[in-house]
Every structure is written in structure tokens, then in C-alpha cells.
Unconditional design. Structure first.
Length: 298
């Protein structure tokens, strides 16, 4: 039987299981009204902003939340030598997210002498020897010069043990993760209000933001969850994700809390009178350790 996808609003017969809180951050609550195409797009273009956020990566390591292949995500992937910032390195990690190898990425320098000679200096990891030789010969070919033989290449090699400290930089996203917060709020609001919410004017604005990431729409009402009511504070914990819907006289608001790290609040509707649920507030908690999901209504 065909039903409407809550994102593209098309009539579809095939749906994928959609984790409201991404499973990569310990989400266990699911819905089944997101079509296969939208589910794939949400995973690749929306959920990853939260799942791969450095603060969430740290949380996943802390609580042993492994990916689909059973591995913990690395906290850092790349660095650079302290005494040579142009020399980049890549950290390999084992399934427990622990660094077990450091690989030097290729660094290329080309110097042309006044007499027309060309010097090519490629530094990198010894495990990439074949790639280094190919790179040199590609440059020579562009200059219409003969390629190096294997023996010539071997004779030109120099080995050096690097003892320099390695610096790393952690980048923190301050905006795109909000799209995932909005997705959670939208899916939870639909879960609690039903199919009629799909046609709410504010729902269309939320859907557009989830897909575009543009926060500039003056009709999009978002804020970080600031002053919290006691009934919310009492539900928050590092191992819990929480969504809460509140029906007010002039609006419907959904608040989302990801562990004790991220939070956000969206106005989901400016027409609360068109909905007739038998509650004024609804809340759902998702325990990232036990997998328990609890729902409460008032």
C-alpha cells in the first residue's frame, strides 16, 4: 500500500528504516515513513554533520559507539610536522580508534636551475615508493624527458628518520550540525502529530532548511535551548538523547538535546489549533548505552 514519504511527500511503496537520532551516535528510535531515496540523502547530506562532528566522535569513543563495520571513529586523521608544516601526515587507527601507524603524505618540490636543469624532490612514506616513482616519471614525461629506470630511482633514494613532533588541528562546525537537529525535530513532530503535519506551512520551511542548510529564512525560528525548565533538566544526562514537543496557545515547539553536548529548539507550527492530540507535551528519551527508548505524555 502506497503512503506519503514525510520528506519528498511523494506516494511510495518502499521505505527504509529511518533512525531519528542517527544510529552512528547511538540512536535506537526509528520510523518507517522515509522513502529509500530520501533516507539515503539524509544519511549522506544531513546526518553526517552530527555523526562526524568532532565532539560526537569523542562521545562515540567515550561510550564505545561503533560504526557499521564495528570500528570506533578516529578523533584525528591528519597532522603536520612541527618543524615543516608542508609535510603532512596521516594517522592510521585500529578498530578501537587507537593510532597504530603514522604515514607521511607525499610532498613535492620542483626546482629549475639557471642552466635549465630540473631538480625534483619528493618526500613521503617509504611504503609509497611505487607511487613516488610514478609521480617523478609523470613530471619527466611532461617535460619530454626520459623516464627514470628502476635502478636510477633506487640510487636517488635517501632515507631519514623523523623525530619532529607532530601538530594536529581539530575543526569544529558551529552551524551545519543544526540541520541534523532540525531533522530530528521534524521527524519527532510528525511522529507525535501524524500525517496532517506534513502539510503544515512551517513543516515546509523546516524541510527546506534540512535540505539546503540555509538559516537565513526569516520564517525559520531556531534557537539554542537556553533557560531550561526543571522537567527538562531532570531528564538530561550524558548518555541520553532527548526530544520534547510542547503545544502552546500560539505555537508548537520541539526541543532536541544530543547527550549533554548539543541542543536546539525549533518552532514547528504556528497553527496549533488545527491539531487535536490528547497531550500538551510529549517527550522521548533514547539511552545510547542500553538502547532503551522511553516516551512520556502530559
Amino acid at each position: 500500500m502506497a503512503e506519503r514519504c514525510i520528506f519528498c511527500r511523494g506516494m511510495k511503496e518502499d521505505f527504509n528504516i529511518e533512525h531519528v537520532f542517527p544510529d552512528g551516535i547511538g540512536g535506537h528510535f526509528t520510523i518507517n515513513r522515509v522513502c529509500i531515496s530520501c533516507n539515503s540523502r539524509l544519511g549522506s547530506q544531513v546526518d553526517h554533520h552530527l555523526t562526524n562532528h568532532i565532539l560526537m566522535v569523542m562521545l562515540r569513543n567515550q561510550y564505545n559507539i561503533r560504526g557499521k563495520k564495528g570500528a570506533l571513529p578516529p578523533v584525528v586523521k591528519y597532522g603536520e610536522l612541527a618543524n615543516d608544516r608542508e609535510q603532512k601526515v596521516h594517522f592510521s587507527t585500529n578498530s578501537d580508534g587507537i593510532i597504530d601507524a603514522v604515514r607521511f603524505l607525499p610532498k613535492k618540490e620542483i626546482m629549475e636551475e639557471k642552466n635549465g636543469d630540473m631538480r625534483i624532490l619528493i618526500s613521503g612514506d617509504e611504503t609509497d615508493e611505487r607511487a613516488h616513482r610514478k609521480s617523478v616519471n609523470t613530471l619527466l614525461k611532461r617535460k619530454n624527458l626520459p623516464e627514470m629506470t628502476h635502478e636510477e630511482y633506487k640510487d636517488s633514494l635517501q632515507s631519514e628518520q623523523i623525530t619532529s613532533p607532530i601538530n594536529t588541528t581539530l575543526s569544529i562546525d558551529f552551524s551545519q550540525y543544526i540541520r541534523t537537529i532540525a531533522k530530528i525535530a521534524y521527524e519527532m513532530t510528525w511522529h507525535w502529530l501524524g500525517d496532517s503535519y506534513i502539510d503544515d506551512p512551517q513543516a515546509a520551511i523546516i524541510r527546506d532548511y534540512i535540505q539546503s542548510g540555509n538559516l537565513d529564512n526569516k520564517h525559520l525560528f531556531f534557537k539554542g535551548a537556553g533557560m531550561l525548565k526543571d522537567e527538562i533538566k531532570n531528564k538530561l544526562a550524558p548518555e541520553l538523547h532527548l526530544a520534547r514537543l510542547e503545544i502552546n496557545p500560539s505555537s508548537i515547539v520541539c526541543s532536541v538535546f544530543i547527550s549533554d553536548t548539543f541542543s536546539g529548539e525549533f518552532i514547528m507550527s504556528l497553527n496549533p489549533s488545527i491539531y487535536t492530540p490528547n497531550f500538551k507535551t510529549a517527550a522521548l528519551t533514547n539511552d545510547i548505552i542500553s538502547g532503551d527508548v522511553d516516551e512520556e505524555f502530559e
